[in-house]
Design a protein around this ligand. Structure first.
Ligand SMILES: [Zn+2]
Length: 666
């Protein structure tokens, strides 16, 4: 489709009211398009229907923004016409569920909180400016259909951005209640208990309901013009069960995309994940012009910050979209378009032909969105990713759909609340074909996976603090830890028995002298180890050509240096004897990404220092397991020396500014 080589995007946010005639009074389409052209943006998101629910064109359905109406300004139509004349593609924006106009006009459409209140009145809700309507309301669904139909039949544009495809909270409106009763014969549960079957069933049903709603909107557009690309904003996939935004939702979009404001580690995580779950490439990563998010309207990110975000998206094969925020009067921060944004786009544009290949990976980390009812549903995989990045282990983040034919050497599962039998079959095939599986704590309530690891969990420990005590043969992989000072985890442990004689115990569980629930203690500040048990803490078993390592407590939660080192060493233990994609001395904040495209190999180093200006780093060494004849540096400001020895290649990056991208020739 049209977006295949579209990497430089502007996303102009303008959820503006019309209660003051000043709002949008200075909006100047010619000036805006001239600045997009100046910045060399390849596409722009044009707001048509904002969270305020007002339309930015001369609409038949809904209501037009009064200032635009008074000015006789068809913002959508003029933007499309003038952007196209300037060679800029247009993605039209439509807000779902968040719609103040619909909320204020149709009381019966309201999304209803468990208290029975509508969104303007929900207690303890800082966000009660937003009018929320229920996607299960048939009249609201027709309203979406009418507006989308009107937009697609009135204008000719390339893509559509459908925002807010998630539940802000569980809805108890009469349509939801009726639908739930019809489908299950039961009322919607009200007690939020992650361990209750009834609550888990509700979580799955509302995920499906959201899927039906967004697929319907996608179908409305596609039935009129299948050439229009659809991007439902998938940002809430990083949120817990409440939003019900899950992996299957990407089926309603041509490509995955979402807006994030959580820094470079979160970006790396999400870019890798999106690159794997997207139906077509490139995916889209959006962050704000404002520093750090749209709530900081008047302060812009530095050029370096935008450049790191832009390159980080690009090296993962993603488009970078800068979400700008228009001033209420319709003006915007023009200096960013003639300055930082233009400079960033100018640096990344020449690199676009080399990206969007196949990422090389040693370790894949599963991000499971099946049922995000546990607290560590994303923090567990995120902690593992942080450690892998710090130790320069080539990693990827995969979804359920990527478990089939997984290319990695090791698969890590941590914080997965629910593993389905289909997923288990894929995981089993991966291991039996020679892959290694690393599981932290839970088996996603899948008894087959538990048996596959050769253990049977009997109970969760009564102790809320535990230790992993390495056996002598595993001491090298849990350095600095021993019987006296075992690896600490401030969490309960899974007490299991070994059910397969092939299972080797590499560490055992140790508990403190006392439980936190007791009045007695050994040391007043802490819970030092005192009770050594025979419960397995780390187990290993061969399965087919592969192996499974299980850890009985969420070890990734402990963030101490030596614990991160152990976690890294334990994962590397599973790769012993295999060649790694790269080995490097790069510091924690430098991320190395390797990929292959059209038979050529590429390597990028991104200097993700959190505080700018970014200080250049000297003399980063990278060892590659293959013999390369030549290296060509594609970016500016770096020199790289190449030497060969014993079939390996050593690269010395003499100076790394914000980033370095290179092509390797065999
Ligand atoms: Zn409802």
């Amino acid at each position: 489709m049209w977006f295949e080589n579209d990497y430089r995007r502007i996303f102009m946010d303008m959820h503006l009211n019309d209660t003051n005639p000043e709002y949008l009074s200075k909006l100047d389409v010619d000036n805006f398009v001239a600045h997009l052209k100046e910045a060399d943006a390849s596409s722009v998101v044009v707001k048509a229907h904002s969270h305020v629910g007002l339309n930015y064109w001369k609409c038949k359905n809904g209501r037009m923004h009064r200032t635009l109406e008074r000015r006789n300004l068809d913002y959508v139509g003029e933007m499309i016409e003038k952007c196209h004349a300037a060679g800029i593609k247009v993605i039209v924006y439509f807000s779902q569920i968040y719609d103040n106009y619909a909320y204020e006009t149709h009381k019966s459409w309201h999304l209803k909180h468990a208290t029975g209140l509508s969104s303007y009145h929900v207690p303890l809700n800082k966000k009660n400016r937003y009018g929320l309507v229920c996607p299960n309301n048939p009249e609201y669904r027709q309203y979406c259909k009418d507006i989308l139909t009107e937009l697609c039949t009135s204008y000719d544009f390339e893509g559509m951005f459908l925002d807010m495809p998630f539940w802000p909270y569980p809805c108890y409106c009469r349509h939801c209640q009726k639908k739930y009763l019809e489908e299950t014969g039961k009322p919607i549960p009200r007690i939020q208990n992650p361990n209750s079957k009834a609550w888990q069933e509700f979580i799955h049903i509302r995920q499906r309901w959201m899927q039906e709603f967004i697929l319907e909107n996608t179908q409305t557009v596609k039935s009129i013009n299948p050439e229009i690309s659809i991007e439902h904003n998938m940002a809430a996939i990083g949120e817990n069960w409440n939003c019900a935004n899950v992996e299957m939702n990407t089926d309603a979009s041509d490509y995955a995309g979402g807006d994030y404001y959580g820094g470079y580690l979160q970006q790396s995580f999400m870019c890798k994940y999106y690159n794997n779950i997207t139906r077509t490439k490139p995916f889209s990563y959006i962050t704000s012009r404002c520093d750090k998010n749209l709530f900081a309207h008047t302060v812009s990110r530095t050029k370096d910050d935008l450049l790191i975000h832009s390159v980080n998206a690009l090296v993962h094969g993603g488009a970078f979209s800068i979400c700008d925020a228009m001033n209420p009067d319709g003006t915007f921060t023009e200096s960013m378009y003639t300055g930082a944004i233009r400079e960033v786009f100018a640096e990344t544009k020449p690199l676009e032909p080399y990206v969007s290949g196949n990422l090389k990976t040693d370790v894949a980390v599963l991000y499971s969105t099946n049922c995000k009812l546990n607290e560590n549903y994303i923090s567990a995989p995120m902690h593992i990713v942080k450690t892998l990045k710090e130790h320069n282990i080539a990693f990827d983040v995969v979804g359920s759909r990527n478990l089939k034919n997984l290319k990695a050497k090791v698969l890590c599962i941590a914080g997965a609340f629910e593993i389905t039998n289909e997923e288990f079959e894929d995981i089993k095939a991966f291991v039996e074909n020679g892959g290694s599986l690393f599981i932290s704590e839970g088996f996603g309530k899948n008894a087959k996976l538990e048996r596959f690891a050769g253990v049977e969990v009997q109970r969760t420990s009564a102790f809320t603090y535990c230790y992993l005590e390495p056996k002598p043969q595993f001491a090298d992989y849990m350095k600095t830890f021993d019987r006296q000072s075992p690896y600490p985890v401030e969490h309960t442990a899974q007490e299991a028995k070994i059910i397969d004689s092939a299972v080797e115990t590499l560490a055992t569980l140790t508990y403190p002298y006392t439980k936190r629930s007791e009045r007695d203690f050994s040391a007043i500040h802490s819970d030092p180890p005192g009770r050594h048990t025979l419960y397995p803490a780390v187990t290993l078993v061969q399965r087919g050509k592969g192996q499974v390592m299980w850890v009985a407590a969420p070890l990734e939660q402990t963030e101490a240096h030596h614990c991160r080192q152990s976690l890294s060493d334990m994962i590397l233990y599973l790769m012993r004897g295999e060649k790694r994609t790269f080995i490097s001395n790069a510091p924690d904040f430098v991320e190395i990404v390797a990929w292959e495209k059209n038979g050529k190999d590429y390597l990028a180093l991104v200097n993700q220092q959190e505080v700018t200006p970014v200080y250049p780093i000297q003399d980063i060494e990278i060892t590659l397991p293959e013999s390369y004849q030549n290296v060509q540096v594609l970016s500016k400001g770096s020199t790289v020396q190449l030497t060969q020895a014993d079939g390996e290649t050593k690269l010395l990056v003499k100076k790394l500014p914000v980033f370095c991208m290179m092509e390797l020739e065999k």
